[in-house]
Design a binder for this molecule. Structure first.
Ligand SMILES: Cc1cc2nc3c(=O)[nH]c(=O)nc-3n(C[C@H](O)[C@H](O)[C@H](O)COP(=O)(O)OP(=O)(O)OC[C@H]3O[C@@H](n4cnc5c(N)ncnc54)[C@H](O)[C@@H]3O)c2cc1C
Length: 493
């Protein structure tokens, strides 16, 4: 070995030693900080509210990934808003990243974690605090499951009109954090429209509480709207006052077959006018989707034959079963006579209604038909949907990796879902498909997310929906409310 080589090697060895020492020291320091943080967390809220070790690995980050053990620093299970506040004060002091867990049903990676994260799960904040039948409100903690809110409303002769497939798991906190929509938005609006009061804990532990039962309150900024739809990046929702409506006394449904998308738009206007404010759902299915949802293993037989280009399933909730049935039949006859629809089947009984809606609600036959699934929930102005979606479908079908595409959606809200099945899964292919779906949206004033949100999976495409100025303002809000970026870091922005 010549001297130069020897000295170079010595230099490298000593550098490596220093690096190791530093890494070691850093690792030790980090370890100490983590240990001290967990100890203090336990001392602040009590041992029974903090899970560590194997208790953490018994959990998961999504209801569809129950086989993947959670790998995080600890899980906190607060029981009160005060607990959440104490935990966040500590996290703020330690700059500890936090991932908020609700019912874990989001479809955008919003509850994904890293090993150094603390999970705060709202599942123990699960009390319905009050149903006020006169104010027509329900006051709940954030961890209450949607289905339980629906049941409590019904028991009091009222209706909580938010409804979607994940109602047995999704929690009110998660629903508000994602501003969920679902099947009845055309009549009752999204989660945003159904929240009249809100309580949230900020990144530094401050509690912002405005639990009023007021529908109208223009005294300054509507602060609750900051937290609704912000996917846990601006604060942790701990309680809410939700709006209830009078329970409808009747429900009628029908399925229609149509030739063109222009007819779908005409049919929507025609039925909405004729049903005088009682149109509750107006769902569109493309023919491949209708077929998949009405052939085995699907449990429901097709109420209409497979010869139409579009299928509309609609619901109307009123107060008089006889009158509402007569009116629906009359409107469908008129729509047939005028050539707006080619075929129509009204649901003639309660069991027919259930059968018809199983087609739309039980999406499993469609999901199971797809390998390497990729899902979309885009929105577009209603008149632009037909042409844009058909162009997107054509482009996707031209890709050799794409095996299946199903299209359906809440058409009255301009919201279309696409489910894509592929013969392989790679991040390059996922990105290619994302771009094929998202790119055409900007030109027609569409959005890459109608209701599921951005989470971790869509943030690189946010600029296709929002201007630079809008994203900049979002960042300013985030920085001022969460200066250390500890709330759901890496989500949305
Ligand atoms: C079968 C199925 C059907 C669905 N259908 C619809 C549909 O029709 N319409 C629709 O809009 N969505 C739908 N979704 C998506 C999903 O159900 C919603 O996004 C739901 O609102 C999420 O609620 P969650 O409690 O499961 O929240 P999670 O998945 O636990 O969390 C969602 C996001 O909110 C944050 N978060 C959770 N709790 C809080 C809190 N208390 N405070 C602050 N942030 C919080 C999380 O960190 C995460 O970023 C569906 C999902 C499934 C699986």
């Amino acid at each position: 070995m010549n001297l130069t080589v020897y000295f170079t090697l010595c230099k490298q060895w000593s550098l490596q030693a220093i690096k190791r020492k530093r890494i070691h020291t850093f690792g030790k320091t980090l370890f100490c900080v983590e240990e001290r943080f967990t100890e203090r967390l336990i001392s602040v809220v009590g041992k029974e509210q903090i899970l560590t070790g194997t208790a953490v690995r018994d959990r998961y980050h999504h209801v569809w990934k129950m086989d993947q053990p959670l790998d995080v620093l600890a899980v906190a299970l607060p029981r009160t808003t005060g607990d959440v506040s104490k935990i966040m004060k500590l996290c703020h002091e330690y700059h500890q990243p936090v991932v908020i867990h609700g019912g874990l049903t989001n479809l955008v990676g919003g509850t994904e974690t890293r090993a150094k994260d603390l999970v705060i799960s709202l599942e123990k904040l699960n009390k319905i605090q009050e149903v006020d039948a006169e104010s027509r409100t329900i006051t709940v903690q954030a961890g209450v499951i949607l289905e339980n809110v629906q049941k409590a409303a019904i028991e009091n002769g009222l209706l909580f009109p938010l409804n979607f497939g994940a109602k047995g798991s999704a929690q009110i906190g998660g629903i508000l954090a994602t501003n969920a929509g679902g099947l009845q938005v055309v009549r009752y609006g999204m989660a945003r429209q159904l929240a009249v009061g809100l309580e949230a804990v900020l990144a530094d532990g401050t509690v912002i509480s405005s639990m009023k039962k007021l529908i109208k309150d223009n005294s300054g900024y509507d602060l609750k709207q900051l937290f609704i739809g912000s996917e846990g990046t601006l604060g942790i929702i701990t309680r809410a006052v939700l709006r209830l409506v009078e329970k409808p006394g009747s429900r009628v449904s029908a399925l229609a077959g149509l030739e063109s998308y222009a007819q779908v738009v005409t049919f929507l206007k025609f039925m909405d006018q004729g049903l005088a404010g009682t149109l509750t759902s107006f769902e569109l299915m493309w023919p491949q989707t209708y077929k998949a949802l009405t052939t085995p293993p699907a449990t429901v037989q097709p109420p209409l034959p497979y010869q139409y280009n579009y299928y509309v399933l609609l619901d109307s909730m009123g107060s008089d079963p006889e009158f509402d049935t007569r009116r629906l039949h009359h409107l469908l006859e008129q729509a047939l006579e005028r050539g707006i629809v080619q075929d129509a089947a009204p649901a003639n009984s309660e069991s027919d209604i259930i059968r018809f809606w199983t087609i739309r609600e039980d999406v499993e036959p469609m999901i199971n038909a797809c390998n390497n699934i990729q899902q979309f929930d885009i929105s577009l102005p209603i008149p632009m949907i037909g042409q844009t979606i058909n162009e997107i479908l054509e482009t996707l079908h031209q890709m050799p990796e794409v095996e299946r595409v199903f299209a359906f959606g809440h058409i009255a809200d301009g919201n279309i879902h696409l489910v894509v099945g592929k013969n392989q899964q790679s991040s390059k292919l996922i990105d290619q498909i994302n771009m094929k779906v998202y790119s055409p949206l900007k030109a027609v004033g569409g959005s890459i997310s109608a209701e599921h949100g951005i989470g971790a999976h869509k943030k690189q495409y946010l600029h296709l929906s929002r201007s630079d100025q809008e994203i900049q303002l979002m960042k300013i809000l985030k920085n001022s409310l969460d200066p250390f970026n500890i709330l759901n870091p890496g989500k949305v922005l």
